[in-house]
Write a protein that binds this ligand. Structure first.
Ligand SMILES: [Zn+2]
Length: 420
């Protein structure tokens, strides 16, 4: 997930030169050039591997834009072509307003899914396979996609009912209540996600016994994380991507390592990744991110409220929207939110990337495996561009780029050469 007043500038660290005293010279460090060591890692990627990685990741920039353009097209079908009016006619006979809102929302979510399916198939299945990143057959992929749809129809429609109840009761201050409702929903989903949602897609078990497990659990204990909260899951059924994450809130918080990581990485690399994940855990990144996102949500709601009023005053009758309290306004609200979230991407990415960088620093100190960390950062180039421009990294990266990570690791190494 993804301060608010955080400066967006990720400037290169300025080396503050200190006049060398005779004592410094006496215990001068062996020569270790951070930049040369970083470049040495970057050079392990062949030009073909780099071109492929860049193409995959840069294609993702455009996909973000196409997703919003497509979403606006879908909104056009609902509003301009009258699909929304038709759905409202279908649910109009239901006896209670909340029941009509609920049925409209469920039909809206299903129809949007069907209309968006071509883009979803391309993005989630065709493109992933063309880059060799997915292990799912079409049937298995569709099964997972339909599971997600079922979750979004069941819980999304209830969220819409709560939101419209707030809109109808609270008038002008609806956006504040809307933020509270969606915020509460977000907190609950993060808290129950690892227990009820993740097991629908993967099997979570204890980390297999062996020296690797002991290394992982020893580091967890040293950082005050209970060993019971470290899991292992079968991500290889979906893809060959190496990854790990921290999820949950309160009593459900846990570190999960995927089987690709354990299979494809050396013990030093696994320690390095585990150190990073422990950083998220110990630095309380999940609660902090939730606070940032809920504040951002309030800003988005307020802006959407303003844009909605402006648009409905002009096009309301043509689009069949009587006002905000009319559930027929849902397609417009969703379209406005998708535009707002696209515009907020550089900010949300920077918020998330900053906490990822904190976890990187924590991980280097906890695992003390700078070369392991640099090697994993290089492996992640399978799906993340290795050396973007600073502006590109600020706008599009929700994790530090491979180069930034290798450089951080080599800087750490340079300052700890005399430890061994
Ligand atoms: Zn992370």
């Amino acid at each position: 997930m993804r301060n608010l007043l955080l400066m967006l500038a990720l400037v290169l660290s300025v080396m503050t030169a200190r006049a060398a005293s005779p004592a410094d010279t006496a215990r001068a460090r062996p020569a270790f050039n951070v930049e040369a060591a970083t470049q040495h890692y970057l050079d392990t990627l062949t030009p073909a591997q780099k071109a492929r990685s860049d193409a995959y990741f840069e294609g993702g920039y455009w996909l973000q834009l196409w997703n919003v353009v497509y979403a606006l097209g879908v909104a056009g079908i609902f509003l301009g072509l009258g699909l929304s009016r038709h759905l409202r006619g279908l649910v109009g006979r239901l006896p209670r307003p909340w029941l009509r809102t609920w049925a409209y929302a469920a039909l809206y979510l299903l129809a949007s899914f069907v209309l968006s399916l071509p883009l979803t198939v391309y993005e989630g299945y065709v493109r992933e396979h063309s880059y060799g990143l997915s292990n799912l057959t079409f049937g298995a992929w569709l099964g997972e996609t339909l599971t997600s749809l079922a979750l979004s129809v069941v819980f999304g429609s209830l969220l819409v009912v709560a939101l419209y109840a707030a809109i109808r009761r609270t008038g002008r201050s609806w956006w504040l209540w809307g933020t509270a409702i969606v915020g509460a929903f977000l907190v609950i989903s993060v808290a129950v996600g690892p227990v009820f949602i993740s097991p629908l897609f993967n099997k979570y078990t204890a980390v297999p016994a062996g020296p690797v497990r002991e290394g992982i659990l020893s580091m967890a204990r040293a950082d005050g994380v209970p060993a019971d909260n470290v899991y292992y899951f079968d991500a290889s059924k979906q893809s060959k991507r190496i990854s790990a994450n921290v999820s949950g809130l309160g009593s459900t918080i846990r570190v999960s390592l995927n089987d690709n990581l354990l299979r494809r990485c050396t013990p030093a690399e696994i320690q390095a990744v585990m150190g990073h994940e422990l950083g998220h855990y110990v630095l309380n990144h999940i609660p902090k991110m939730l606070v940032f996102f809920i504040v951002l949500l309030a800003v988005a709601f307020r802006l959407v409220d303003w844009a909605f009023g402006w648009l409905v005053a002009r096009y309301g009758p043509r689009w069949g929207i009587a006002g905000l309290a009319d559930v027929g306004s849902l397609p417009l609200l969703v379209a406005l939110f998708s535009v707002a979230s696209l515009l907020a991407t550089p900010l949300t990415n920077t918020i998330v990337r900053t906490s990822e960088q904190e976890a990187d620093m924590f991980g280097l100190n906890a695992a003390r495996q700078p070369d392991g960390f640099a090697a994993v950062a290089m492996k992640l180039s399978e799906y993340r561009k290795i050396a973007p421009t600073p502006l590109e990294e600020m706008i599009f990266f929700d994790h530090p780029s491979g180069r930034t990570r290798v450089q951080s690791a080599m800087r750490w190494k340079a300052e700890h050469l005399s430890d061994r």
